[in-house]
Design a protein around this ligand. Structure first.
Ligand code: SAH
Ligand code: SF4
Ligand code: F3S
Length: 478
């Protein structure tokens, strides 16, 4: 009974086999293209949104490569363009639509170009209609639950030339065995679960990613083991709320147990995870972290607001007292832990008093860093219907005040690192300043230093000389 319930949440082997057959068909077509043109057809993937989407895009790229495409960074030279969208805020949706708009002229130049739009935005009915009617040159649309069927949908398009707008997002399953093309050779994403059951009143994710479902622990352990063996140095476990891991399987095996088991894997690597919901961030989890060898001492714990009234209206199911209790416990067990958070400014009916409670919460929690967002009403969520929406100018004013308070706290958390030596995973030449190399320490803080090409992907010891608001600066100890 238990086993059959588990199986029913999985995409079947037969289904995955079918997808491999479609993949092989397209590969043959692409081999022919190669013989005729002397180069492989190219594929371009553009990703908006969170790490979950980045992980999905690595699957899109993996499938495209298995189908005989070569990846490119230049949409102009692609025969296949995939846009993996996000719906978390209005801005993300507008960006996706404007990017897709820019591809119209590419299609006009090359009618054989196939344009695909997928991801969270296009699970929503009104966005499917936008694409259907306003973007007729988009060839394929599918939502987050159909990603494993991409080979089939592309095959159908190539064989029959029809537009495919697949909107029947009813069954959300776990698909194993999708090929992955990882962007980095030393940082990797590993999803441990998909979907969300929490329905925070502002959030679109539960509507576009379906209900929570966990991967089997054996699959996760095998994947992490393989990554470590391949030399990956930083592995981030992903889930909208990793604390719910395993709760859908009816077993007594939770996220803390998974972390303990993964921590046993021998090697020189860090294990990160995100995101952990404060309503069920357990002491057991923090204890496991504190006594582990590989779990990075970094806790991302989104607070959203410091006002109990607002937290209730957000349906977050904790109050500030409970929240700060977790922060204090993390600091008690791991005094050097980096704690980061998410804050939403301008939730409906947020008063000046509520907002000040958030500012005070920042002063009390002393996060190393926060990600802050202007509240963006999402169609179909309860908060979008609430009275008392805050005017845009007031939201921006509060946003600026929030940053001013946090910037001082961030600076105060980075200053004491001056004179210390931190272990840093080097990412290579900095994207923003080519005269520096950059990397991240265990807690995820950005560190700049003078490096060498061979440093990329390696752990370095960096003596920190300057701690600034947003970054640390230092010298490699060689
Ligand atoms: N599952 C994670 C959050 C994923 S979304 C968690 O619960 O912690 C990342 C962040 O986006 C959220 O923490 C929240 O701060 C922000 N966010 C979500 N919906 C939003 C909205 N409608 N407007 C503004 N920010 C939003
Ligand atoms: Fe959205 Fe809340 Fe789920 Fe996070 S826990 S994805 S904020 S509904
Ligand atoms: Fe992520 Fe955006 Fe979807 S934040 S889960 S890509 S709505």
């Amino acid at each position: 009974m238990e086993e059959s319930r588990k199986k029913s949440r999985m995409v079947s082997h037969e289904e995955m086999e079918r997808q491999r057959e479609y993949t092989a068909w397209i590969r043959t077509e692409n081999e022919r293209y190669f013989t005729e043109n002397g180069c492989r057809p190219r594929a371009f993937v553009l990703t908006l949104g969170c790490q979950q989407n980045e992980a999905d895009s690595e699957k899109l790229a993996g499938m495209a490569m298995a189908m005989g495409y070569e990846m490119t960074q230049t949409p102009e030279e692609a025969r296949l363009i995939m846009v993996n969208t996000c719906a978390i805020r209005e801005h993300a949706e507008q960006r996706a639509l404007s990017l897709v708009g820019q591809y119209k002229h590419l299609k006009a130049k090359n009618p054989e170009l196939v344009i695909v739009i997928c991801g969270c935005m296009v699970v929503q009915e009104h966005r499917i209609n936008d694409i259907k009617f306003k973007y007729p040159y988009v060839d394929i649309l599918f939502g987050t639950s159909s990603i494993h069927r991409f080979p089939e949908l592309l095959c159908e398009k190539l064989r029959r030339g029809r537009r495919i707008l697949r909107s029947d997002e009813t069954e959300y399953l776990v698909a194993e065995g999708i090929p992955v093309h990882r962007e980095s050779g030393f940082r990797a994403w590993v999803s441990v679960m998909y979907g969300c059951n929490n329905f925070c009143s502002y959030c679109i994710v539960p509507y576009v990613r379906g209900r929570e479902r966990s991967r089997k622990k054996e699959e996760i352990v095998a994947e992490v083991r393989k990554l470590v063996a391949e030399g990956y140095r930083d592995i981030t476990l992903l889930g909208q709320n990793v604390n719910s891991y395993g709760k859908d399987g009816g077993e007594e095996y939770d996220f803390a147990d998974l972390l303990s088991e993964l921590d046993e894997i021998e090697g020189d690597y860090w294990l990160h995870f995100m995101t952990s919901h404060p309503k069920d961030a357990s002491r057991k989890l923090i204890d496991v972290m504190a006594s582990s060898k590989h779990i990075a001492r970094h806790f991302h714990l989104p607070m959203q607001s410091g006002s109990d009234r607002v937290l209730k209206a957000m349906n977050r199911r904790y109050d500030f007292e409970k929240y700060i209790g977790i922060v204090d416990y993390i600091r008690e067990k791991m005094p050097d832990a980096v704690i980061t958070s998410d804050i939403i400014v301008g939730f409906p009916e947020e008063t000046e008093e509520d907002f000040e409670a958030t500012l005070n919460a920042l002063r009390r929690a002393k996060f190393d860093m926060i990600y802050s967002f202007l509240y963006s009403p999402r169609k179909g969520t309860p908060a979008a219907q609430m009275e008392g929406q805050i005017p845009a100018e007031e939201k921006s004013r509060r946003f600026d005040r929030l940053l001013a308070v946090q910037n001082e706290i961030s600076l105060a958390s980075n200053k004491p690192l001056e004179g210390k030596t931190l272990r840093v995973l080097c990412d290579g030449i900095s994207k923003n300043n080519a005269s520096f190399y950059s990397g991240r320490c265990e807690g995820g803080k950005i560190v700049f230093f003078e490096g060498e090409p061979s440093d990329t992907g390696k752990f370095l010891n960096v003596g920190i000389e300057r701690g600034d608001t947003f970054a640390l600066y230092g010298t490699v100890k060689r």
